[in-house]
Design a protein around this ligand. Sequence first.
Ligand code: SAM
Length: 254
Amino acid sequence: MRTVRRVEPDRASPRLWRRRFDEREELWTEAVGRLPPVYGETWVERDGRRLRRFEPARSKLAAAIAADWTGPLPRPGERWLYLGAASGTTASHVADLVGPSGSVYALERSVRPFARLLATSERYPNLLPILGDARVPETYADLVPVVAGLYADVAQPDQAEIVRKNAELLLAGAGAAVLVALKTPSMGREHGPARHRATAESALSGFLDLERAVRLDPFHRGHYMVGGVVRDDRPGVRGPVTPPSGTTRGRRRS
Ligand code: SAM
């Protein structure tokens, strides 16, 4: 493992590390799991911390951060529900960001990526795989406690509706976070990316204070990261979420 110097923690999500150069920035997450790498990513050691390279080309969450996403991010100690975890590329980084005292409930519908997710979870103690269909949250609600954040990347045309259903059942109330990786090419060819984004945002605005969406091109063509923070407690969304001490959930400006 190499040694890397001059990395700084992100102010809002302190297990996210940024290494700045003149023209560019590298992102790293502080590893919870143990080697070998989850998908071939680089691991380094710095001041006794094990950091994993978080590549915009491999993860839509990394691409959003690289595109200056100012919305909520997973923070230490939080529980997150992750819809569409596939084999765990991004879900393992979310597990890094919530740290050993947090957890990620990682839902995947397809058996083949789920088998790889299971293997990853054996060395990621806070990554908890669930085989299930995100359209039917009642079928796994017993396995998931109320969560502080919801990340969705199921690449389905009705993703905003899937998010709404899961939020109603499993997401905490005011202050909870929602991040949605929106794949507009899978939402139909009759409209362009901006129109699809507006439609999804309109559906989410019923319960979220929306953050400014970011486009994930050129890393992920036709994708956006959209989302925000639950506006207030309302019937169907469970009680208020208590943020970790010393932090407040709100608009992120660094
Ligand atoms: N989020 C992953 C990452 O960044 O590493 C990539 C996810 S991939 C774009 C979309 C995944 O969503 C696929 O693995 C697919 O099987 C899963 N998926 C699609 N529909 C689903 C559903 N209704 N419930 C659960 N998973 C679903």
